[in-house]
Design a protein around this ligand. Structure first.
Ligand SMILES: [Zn+2]
Length: 85
């Protein structure tokens, strides 16, 4: 099964015991030894890729937002932003 952690990132968890400790070399749960189905691993990889893409999009939005704010402040204050004093 796939959990989403508080940061919004997907985490692969054992279908048998629900723990999130996996041996990536063997693809099996550390806790109970259950093997992770290839389909579950593929699903997790897809979820990771989706999360990475959404984070990249959000970061791009944040950069645009910040640039807009700085422009506004510069026009209002009539001085170069970011200088000490
Ligand atoms: Zn397990």
């Amino acid at each position: 099964m796939i959990f989403t952690n508080p940061a919004g990132a997907p985490e692969l968890a054992c279908d048998e015991c629900g723990c999130r400790w996996f041996d990536r070399m063997t693809g099996a749960c550390y806790e109970c030894g259950a093997a992770v189905a290839p389909a579950a691993r593929a699903e997790f990889e897809a979820a990771l890729a989706e999360f990475a893409a959404s984070r990249a999009a959000a970061a791009a939005r944040d950069r645009n937002q910040q640039r807009g704010d700085e422009d506004d402040q510069g026009q209002r204050a009539q001085r170069p932003p970011g200088r000490p004093h």
